[in-house]
Design a protein around this ligand. Sequence first.
Ligand SMILES: NC(=O)c1ccc[n+]([C@@H]2O[C@H](COP(=O)([O-])OP(=O)(O)OC[C@H]3O[C@@H](n4cnc5c(N)ncnc54)[C@H](O)[C@@H]3O)[C@@H](O)[C@H]2O)c1
Length: 390
Amino acid sequence: SVAPNQVQAPVAVPAEGQTGKPECYGIFCLTYDLKAEEETKTWKKMITIAVSGAAGMISNHLLFKLASGEVFGPDQPIALKLLGSERSFNALEGVAMELEDSLYPLLRAVSIGIDPYDIFQDAEWALLIGAKPRGPGMERADLLDINGQIFAEQGKALNAVASRNVKVIVVGNPCNTNALICLKNAPNIPAKNFHGLTRLDENRAKCQLALKAGVFYDKVSNMTIWGNHSTTQVPDFLNAKIDGLPVKTVIKDHKWLEEEFTVMIQKRGGALIQKWGRSSAASTAVSIADAIKSLVTPTPEGDWFSSAVYTNGNPYGIAEDLVFSMPCRSKGDGDYELVKDVVFDDYLRQRIKKSEEELLAEKRCTAHLTGEGVAVCDLPAGDTMLPGEM
Ligand SMILES: NC(=O)c1ccc[n+]([C@@H]2O[C@H](COP(=O)([O-])OP(=O)(O)OC[C@H]3O[C@@H](n4cnc5c(N)ncnc54)[C@H](O)[C@@H]3O)[C@@H](O)[C@H]2O)c1
């Protein structure tokens, strides 16, 4: 209790469900006269970023990168709208308190809540990280259903209240199929705006190629991850370059590329869990930041980045109506186009096919969540794990 003569700090206004309104948090409830501040004169218009799973491990790194300005730029003020689960609401308040205490000049608004219809209101970016982890003994089909339901609901909420051009990055696993479910439930938002995160896989692949070639990782470019964010993903060493040269002319050990490199990237997440006892959080947050930066800054001439995006109209012959990781370029306007000048050989084609089959099976298994009828789960056995599982 507070003594009568003490000033009480602003407190969090309870989230939706308790008051009927999502609310600002603490210091962010004060209003500021932005125009009165010298530095704000050159600032851009504030953008609204919604983050789900905001009390989780990945968000604990990501939110502070967003607020610091390193993702959207030092002249871009932001509003953060944080979505948690009922269970994590206290932790969410803790996150908001840490954001308050960080005194970020660019962070102009923070609100927290557990209802996506409130939190996604006017969101221009939605970073969908919150999902249930696969528990012991849980079948992949169960995970697809449990998390798919979350993304069906969040897709509906985005459709109802988000900005009409919201860009959505799905991180919660299984992220490709969750992104497909999400976009199917948001018919009024362009399907092109939905991404599944495979940037972490791209970054991991660049690092291992650089290590093998004995060069720093900034020398590796044109790195595509094809397919599903699972152990069927295909890190493409045919089109990737080291110092502007095809990887295969720099790394002569083609047996290593085909047999060791591919598996190493597919299972990197699992290897990390064995060391850490938890899944990658910091490097995942970095890769989300990278994925956003790749959409809001022009792609360097001749290069590209990987993102799992909607396949309709793809030039590679991949089945339509999937969310599949493919090479993209951006003009820096938040949008992207698929890269046309890539080559294929039998090795690459065969492996892409396997990931495609897996995603088609995941889609059949979640048909009840995409409005396409009765689900049939005939998931390929054996190697359909997420990179974080081993
Ligand atoms: N695509 C990738 O490259 C990649 C990499 C690493 C992890 N992941 C995935 O990201 C997800 C989050 O990982 P983490 O380490 O931050 O997990 P975490 O368990 O630390 O955090 C997840 C948070 O989400 C919350 N949550 C659960 N359901 C929610 C819902 N419906 N709405 C809002 N919040 C909800 C939980 O309460 C928890 O606080 C997992 O699904 C993980 O598999 C993806």
